[in-house]
Design a protein around this ligand. Structure first.
Ligand code: NAI
Ligand code: MG
Length: 492
């Protein structure tokens, strides 16, 4: 199935092409690769496949754009262009949501109510930030004036994954541009469509050609070429931890600055004194939102012993009613996993879970929906999990929950923190002291109290430990994209 005609704007009209220097181009090699609709297994479009020569052209275009009008533009004017881009995203929200759902298999409800409007908001926030990137005057010793300037890095390479293709691209593109950089964006090979549309809307917003270049292609080729390119000053990456390690290693040759948003195995903790109805609902969404393909997914559910049975029952009841189906059905909340590789991975971990002695309470197998060739997996809950089992240690990145019982705060906390990762955590309790104590002691970049998966363009987000470093969103999100220059003046 091809995307409906109305979605085939020039960015995708002749199949997706590369956006380099404001032009839509075929790859130097002439190669194309298919992007698939995960709900049907059908090819959506054949996209031009960037490799090293295309990345080189994109980096050159981005460098040229730095020397053009973009480099001379006032912060206020940059802000107005970013605001305009936010407006164009908001105006085209339905069409963008459809593209995202076609490419990722996420429900149209999510892409319409979350991905598209949050993306617009990321541009609005960063539009306002352009004029707030201030230097300082420093009280140095001696007859000198010393002040700092916050300057852009130059050309920044952005590498994003497939779970929130547009939103995660925006969370890098918007602050990078707000700070005055130019960028080369490499979307994930599974989901290139909305990144190309973003590039198109940026041109329509009046952002000069070459400021945002989009080069779909594969990790080991296009991605690696961007990391290796001497003309790129920094790499901002979101994805798998092992890929992050490789990127850090490869970036060292050209001494690039890197920011890494990596995986997670986040603990979500329900105390006996919580509002159990609310906690069960929140915990269900914490793992099944976006089919569990969320780096912050609450995949380890710690439940206090005295309410373990009750919480599990409520959870299963809700999960059984959570509507799984055609991602384009407005009632669907659980769509298709983004790729066949994910189905294979989930299936492998479900077998490991069973073998290691966890009790499968529900799910644990693919779901047959539509033509039967889509990548659907039933919401899956394992009970009787211990924190040292593989399914409690590895990021599965699917709708698979591990329930772990606890009876003591300190023992639970030690286990919650006993993980390679440190991205997020949830705490459910009515005891305000316990809630804040847990928030302080949990080793995670984000802690939610009586809530889960809250985000805002204004609030910093990022990992502790193996979940990476660097913060996205908020003013903290702009730090990565600037460098500080210290200027001295002799006043004697
Ligand atoms: P990945 O980390 O390989 O891919 C993410 C991005 O990195 C893509 O754009 C890819 O093309 C690029 N990339 C891959 N290798 C590269 C290289 N050598 N140099 C430069 N760029 C490179 O993730 P993948 O393979 O798509 O998914 C595998 C697993 O990773 C998933 O099952 C999931 O567990 C985890 N993952 C976690 C994410 C998170 O946000 N926590 C996001 C995506 C995947
Ligand atoms: Mg990979």
């Amino acid at each position: 199935m091809n995307p409906p005609e109305t979605l085939l704007t020039p960015a995708l009209g002749s199949g997706g092409r590369l956006l380099i220097g404001g032009d839509w181009r075929e790859a130097v090699s002439g190669k194309r690769f298919p992007t698939v609709n995960p709900a049907t297994g059908d090819v959506l479009l054949e996209i031009a496949e960037a490799d090293a020569p295309d990345v080189d052209l994109a980096v050159r275009a981005a460098r040229k754009a730095l020397e053009g009008p973009w480099g001379k533009m006032s912060a206020s004017e940059r802000g107005r262009l970013l605001w305009k881009l936010g407006e164009l995203i908001a105006q085209n929200q339905d069409e963008i949501a459809k593209l995202e759902t076609l490419d990722t298999g996420k429900s149209i409800w999510e892409s319409t109510h979350i991905d598209a409007p949050f993306t617009a908001d990321v541009f609005y926030y960063n539009a306002g930030a352009t004029t707030k990137l201030e230097g300082r005057t420093i009280p140095v010793s001696g007859p000198y004036l010393n002040y700092t300037l916050r300057e852009p890095l130059g050309v920044v390479g952005l590498i994003v994954p497939w779970n929130f293709p547009l939103l995660l691209a925006a969370r890098k593109v918007a602050p990078a541009l707000a700070a005055g950089n130019t960028v080369v964006l490499k979307p994930a090979e599974e989901t290139p469509l909305t990144a190309l549309r973003l590039g198109e809307l940026a041109l329509l917003a009046g952002i000069p050609p070459g400021v945002l270049n989009v080069v779909p292609g594969f990790g080991p080729t296009a991605g690696a070429a961007l990391v290796a390119h001497p003309g790129v000053s920094a790499i901002a990456f979101t994805g798998e931890t092992t890929t992050g390690q490789l990127i850090m290693q490869n970036a060292s040759r050209t001494l690039k600055k890197v920011s890494l948003e990596l995986g997670g195995k986040s603990p979500n903790i329900v105390f006996a004194d919580a509002d159990l109805e609310v906690a069960a609902r929140g915990s269900m969404l914490a793992i099944f939102y976006n089919k569990g393909e969320v780096c912050t997914a609450g995949s380890r559910l710690f439940v206090e012993k005295s309410v373990h049975r009750e919480v599990l029952e409520k959870l299963v009841e809700r999960a059984q009613k959570f509507p799984q189906g055609d991602p384009f059905d407005p009632k669907t909340r659980l769509g298709a996993q983004t790729s066949e590789a994910q189905i294979e991975k989930i299936s492998r971990y479900v077998e490991i879970g069973k073998k290691e002695g966890a009790r499968l309470v529900m799910g644990g197998e693919p779901a047959r929906i539509g033509n039967g060739r889509g990548y659907f997996w039933k919401p899956t809950i394992f009970d009787g999990v211990t924190n040292n089992m593989t399914i409690a240690r590895d990021e599965i990145f699917g709708p698979v929950l591990s329930v772990i019982e606890f009876d003591d705060f300190d023992q639970m906390l030690a286990q919650a923190n006993d993980t390679f990762y440190g991205l997020a955590a949830g705490v459910w309790t009515r005891d305000i002291k316990k809630a804040h104590r847990a928030a302080r002691m949990l080793q995670a970049g984000t802690v939610w109290i009586n809530a889960y998966n809250l985000y805002d363009a204004a609030s910093p987000y990022g990992g502790y430990k193996g979940s990476g470093f660097g913060r996205e969103s908020g003013m903290a999100g702009l730090d990565f994209y600037t460098q500080t220059k210290s200027v001295w003046v002799d006043l004697s």
